[in-house]
Design a binder for this molecule. Structure first.
Ligand SMILES: [Zn+2]
Length: 254
């Protein structure tokens, strides 16, 4: 094992201990006791790669995505290298996400992590893959009792035998991006995320969230990952909200 890899593993171990995270191998004992909740997804199948744009994650029709992306993202730089999603944020996925976040049915996050594990592809170097969740502010986590992105990330990592660490923390509370007008979104999230000091030179990072809406916070995480040397970044999400519905929701909130 190289010295650089050994140093990064040591740093990730410190991050894991500092954030109080249980290792993925302890997931079964750490998991909440709601595993008896019936998951009614037996007839459901996740999207195939050509069902959506790999640059921004938006649903795509046949032939609508080129090497430069789709009509929503063409000409716009994306902070990640690609997006992997399970579905659009629509029925039935939206109901499952709400059951997970607001109904306390945490086992949906384990299911979602398993589904994503089968979709994220093969890494160049399995020894240098890090799965990390988009962070949640401690106050929101305290109210909800968990960060669903962290649970999904733990499940994904466990299914593939990869490392998972909470690399980020929220430095301040932010309003949901869907409640903020477009012109204020950058200011709403600016400097709201910090990263633990870890050398990720040569590492492939899988950044996990339950739903991508505007992608602004995930974008902040990606910029921090780049400054820490990440080789590539894949954003893995359960669902991607239609940008037109996000815009409409913002206008209603306005
Ligand atoms: Zn696109």
């Amino acid at each position: 094992m190289s010295m650089a890899l050994r140093n990064t593993l040591h740093q990730l171990g410190r991050v894991t201990r500092a954030t109080g995270q249980r290792a993925a191998r302890g997931l079964d004992t750490a998991w909440p006791s709601d595993v008896a909740v019936a998951l009614d997804a037996s007839d459901w199948r996740p999207d195939e790669d050509d069902d959506y744009c790999p640059r921004c994650g938006v649903s795509a029709g046949p032939g609508s995505v080129t090497a430069n992306g789709c009509s929503f993202c063409r000409g716009k730089r994306q902070p990640w290298d690609r997006v992997t999603r399970l579905s659009a944020y629509a029925e039935p996925m939206d109901g499952w996400v709400k059951a997970m976040k607001f109904g306390g049915q945490w086992s949906w996050s384990r299911w979602m992590g398993g589904q994503l594990a089968a979709r994220v592809g093969e890494p160049i170097d399995p020894a240098r893959v890090l799965v990390t969740p988009v962070p949640m502010h401690w106050a929101r986590r305290w109210r909800r009792g968990f960060n669903q992105a962290h649970l999904i990330a733990l499940s994904l990592a466990k299914h593939r035998g990869w490392r998972c660490a909470q690399l980020f923390r929220r430095t301040r509370h932010t309003h949901p991006q869907t409640a903020v007008v477009h012109s204020d979104r950058q200011a709403n999230v600016r400097d709201s995320v910090a990263a633990h000091p870890v050398d990720l030179d040569g590492w492939q990072v899988i950044l996990v969230d339950d739903v991508k809406t505007t992608g602004a916070t995930a974008g902040l995480c990606c910029r921090l990952l780049r400054t820490h040397g990440a080789r590539s970044i894949q954003l893995a999400v359960g669902a991607v909200a239609d940008p037109l519905s996000v815009k409409a929701k913002t206008q209603r909130a306005d």
